[in-house]
Design a protein around this ligand. Structure first.
Ligand code: FES
Length: 147
């Protein structure tokens, strides 16, 4: 039911850990399953994401998508990172079972939360970035069919 890429990123997740004095840190949880994701971003003076790490208390799909998402944002500009959606991450993993698509949202939301933290610390605005929710299911009950 899982692609080889998902299994690979689950068994050998990339970029696990934390960054001391990170430029931005974001934590989001999913109250329905109780899983939690934290992303650390190291961002240089040109707003390039130099390094990224993640820690999770999450399911296998959350581990695999976070691993892939961190690989995809590393070395990118903030604006490029903003374009990376959970769907793009799932596609890069050759797909996820539909019931597991919501897990990939944890990574996307945690990256956005970390960017929000960075923007607040530096008093800047990142185009298209909205204030993150601490629980990705807040206010999304009506859309749950999509996952
Ligand atoms: Fe909670 Fe996958 S079941 S993130």
């Amino acid at each position: 039911m899982y692609s080889e890429k998902v299994m690979d990123h689950f068994q050998n997740p990339r970029n696990v850990g934390e960054i001391e004095n990170a430029a931005g840190v974001g934590t989001v949880g999913n109250a329905k399953c109780g899983d939690i994701m934290r992303i650390y971003l190291d961002i240089d003076e040109n707003q390039i994401i130099r390094d990224v790490k993640f820690k999770t208390f999450g399911c296998g799909a959350a581990v695999a998508t976070s691993s892939m998402a961190t690989e995809m944002v590393k070395g990118k500009s903030i604006q490029e990172a903003m374009q990376i959606t959970n769907k793009a991450v799932a596609e890069a993993l050759d797909g996820l079972p539909p019931v597991k698509m919501h897990c990939s949202l944890l990574a996307e939301e945690a990256i956005h939360a970390a960017l929000w933290d960075y923007a607040e610390k530096n008093h800047i605005t990142i185009e298209g970035l909205k204030k993150p929710k601490s629980d990705i299911h807040e206010g999304e009950e009506d859309e749950s069919e999509e996952y």
